[in-house]
Design a protein around this ligand. Structure first.
Ligand SMILES: *Cc1c(COP(=O)(O)O)cnc(C)c1O
Length: 350
């Protein structure tokens, strides 16, 4: 029996990938130039699927980049003149703030507790961007769309919102209208090999790009944007992954169905974590938990991981502050319901 990886990224990829890779080879797209009509058609088809399946609004522009980390950099380099505010409760949000700082941005850090809601009342009036990590992969918390709406309402007219949706996009319903700069890499909820990410930007973010007109980097926003609206890229993109994204989206259900399926799995898990007190949730308030990254407390992660491995399951390590006290389990769409059920049943025997 094959070992199942519950690691939250790079994660288990869709089981249909091997045959789709062969299809990609056979179509010849992998040898096509990224200015060719073949690539432009693929780019258009992929973005159309993103709009149809994930409900990306028509007036938001979708741009292919290489990683979420790159999206952090683009925001600071091209779309921020002085200051950005970062709300975070875990390692990825903090890293984003640190990347901005190292690029010379004046960063306002607004940390909050993992058992508290994001403090929408603490908006810094000088910040041009309010930065939020919707699902914090390091601790399994989620910023609810209602909270994001609160932030969106309370901001000042010149303030835009940026959202790291890396372990959310493709797994949970997102209301894109609530923010201006969304991004996610594809090796988490999208169930693909690593090496591609999506940047999804509002008309207001594009306007900010034109206003600042920054063009000093290979991945300057305007370079990316101008090619993207022509269904091209200015660098040689990860065509294989774009092809796989197109095919997996086309073969999959709409986001509302996926979102419900992931939440239903948690309904099966909850009674077990509650009755066997050995593995409590890291986040006690269930409304603050991400449905995509299950984070459980354990006094000895290595023992638990060994037990799981004996049953052909790889659990994810804790991350950052929670490295030695938690395990993380990906509840991503590419994972079969049956595999997840096997995990839940195993948990019930502990
Ligand atoms: C994994 C992850 C990242 C980093 O993604 P890369 O593609 O490796 O750059 C950033 N933010 C969050 C929330 C993540 O889960």
């Amino acid at each position: 029996m094959k070992v199942t990886s519950f690691y939250p990224g790079p994660a288990t990829i869709h089981s249909s990938i091997p045959s789709m890779v062969i299809d990609a080879y056979n179509t010849g797209i992998l040898s096509a130039n990224h200015r060719s009509p073949e690539f432009m058609e693929l780019s258009f088809a992929t973005k159309s699927q993103l709009r149809a399946r994930l409900k990306v609004p028509d007036d938001y522009v979708i741009i292919f980049i290489s990683s979420a980390t790159e999206a952090w950099e683009i925001l600071s380099q091209s779309l921020t003149s002085k200051t950005s505010q970062h709300f975070f409760n875990g390692a990825f949000g903090l890293k984003w703030a640190n990347v901005a700082e190292s690029l010379g941005i004046n960063v306002v850090k607004s940390p909050f507790d993992i058992n508290a809601s994001l403090p929408t009342g603490q908006i810094d009036s000088l910040s041009e961007w309010l930065c939020v990590t919707v699902c914090e992969t390091s601790n399994g918390t989620m910023v609810d769309q209602n909270v994001l709406q609160g932030l969106s309402k309370e901001r000042l007219p010149h303030q835009l919102i940026a959202v790291d949706a890396t372990s959310a996009l493709g797994g949970v319903i997102l209301n894109f209208q609530l923010a201006d700069y969304w991004f996610a890499s594809c090796q988490k909820c999208l169930g693909l090999p690593a090496g591609l990410a999506l940047l999804i930007v509002s008309p207001a973010a594009i306007e900010r790009g034109h206003l600042l007109a920054e063009r000093a980097h290979y991945n300057s926003f305007l370079n990316l944007f101008e090619h993207s609206i022509k269904e091209q890229t200015h660098y040689t993109p990860n065509v294989l992954n774009i092809y796989l994204l197109w095919r997996t989206l086309a073969a999959g259900p709409p986001i509302a169905t996926i979102d419900m399926r992931l939440r239903e799995r948690l309904v099966g898990l909850n009674p077990i974590t509650e009755s066997n007190g050995a593995l409590p949730w890291l986040v006690s308030n269930s409304s603050l938990r991400s449905p995509t990254v299950i984070t459980l407390k354990t006094s000895d992660p290595s023992v638990l991981k060994e037990k799981a491995l004996a049953q052909k399951m790889i659990l994810g390590n804790g991350y950052g502050t929670w490295k030695d006290t938690t395990v993380r389990i990906a509840n991503f769409p590419a994972m079969d319901d049956i595999q997840f059920q096997i995990f839940v049943e195993w948990l019930s025997t502990l």
